[in-house]
Unconditional design. Sequence first.
Length: 113
Amino acid sequence: MAELCHLQRHASYHITGDGGLVYQIHGYRITQGNDGQVKLVNTTKQCSIRTSPSNGSATVTTPSIHCTASLGATSHLFVRCEEKRMHFDGAAFVVRNAGHSAGFDEINRLRVY
């Protein structure tokens, strides 16, 4: 309980000039713009999460992983971890590793690139 009280005492909150919200809590900065976009950033660990309801997208970034996803006209899911990558756009699925690629095309045929 003492740790929770300590976190609460050291947290801060303010409203930006354009109506956005900013919270600072235990090394995390959480912002929400008036368009609904939310960002959570931990600069000491180089981690971030970003979501946007206006375009239906989300991004997660850490020192070893980068992941994006979105809905709408350019729907996709992309994950990268070092040299490994995976991409799906609703029609084709491709996995890449160390310069080699394979996956399934729009008509579910196995493709090796």
